[in-house]
Design a protein around this ligand. Sequence first.
Ligand code: PBG
Length: 311
Amino acid sequence: MPMPELIRIVSRSSPMALAQVERVRSELAVLHPGIRTEVVPVTTAGDRWPGALSALGGKGAFTKEVDAALLAGEADLAVHCVKDVPADRPLPAGTVFAAFLKRDDVRDALVHPGGLTLDELPDGTRIGTSSVRRVAQLAVSHPGLVCVPMRGNANRRLEKLDAGEADALLLAVAGLRRIGREDRIGEILSVESMCPPVGAGILALQCREDDTDTVDTVAGLGDAATWRETTAERMLLHVLQGHCNSPIAGLARAERDGRLSLRARVFSPDGKTVLDAHEWAGPLDPATLGTSVAVALLRQGARDVIDSIPH
Ligand SMILES: NCc1[nH]cc(CCC(=O)O)c1CC(=O)O
């Protein structure tokens, strides 16, 4: 197999994005010690824009400039949080996912300076989050808490918390670990009480489709179980045509015996409507499982719930 001498990795400059690139570099160094890597920095609209992401037309806000660098040949590889890659449209033409790295922790954590758990927080406690999925699930389980909008990368959010802009935060455990802020993790929420978003904890490696040397080389970093989970979850989101602001949660689990399960929920933002579906499938076709769970949710009325929220 012909191997590239150098792989240029395009990356946003947030601490989390750079940590993700470091993971890829170190895994690549183990598999192919001879390949050099270089980081090509980009800033995306989502990084520059302080307001609501919906005003930018969705999660593509963090991926557009990255895709452009790849397609222009300025870089050979991009590392994405699958969670941030839209599933209601295909990947940009000319690019492919070459691998999904072994999945990290999928759960959300409560960050509370006083060390309280979610159940211990008094009514009126302000939780900093702009995620419709988190807002809706908190409205179901803890209606006395008040969500206040908060954006910015995880480090910025921790600063805002410490500056008193909120009393507590919900953040992904995987993200906090990546930026070395595990010390801020308080209670880790079960996936039953806070179902994660599609793609939680998964890093995808994206390449130019015609760059088969890089595609074949980095494919060696992929994890087969994670590939199956990602495929099921992203097919679910695709069939539901969920957009960046959709209150959809979905978690697939590949079991050691080869079976795959997928649980998914669709919420109204006030938490009054909760649709839930859970199915099992054999080893062969994760995409069919994703479709089947999506159809079960559509039968329960998911279309109206999803469409009631502005894009
Ligand atoms: N929305 C931003 C984002 N994209 C990926 C992660 C963290 C880890 C992951 O699931 O890959 C985060 C931070 C968060 O939501 O707390």
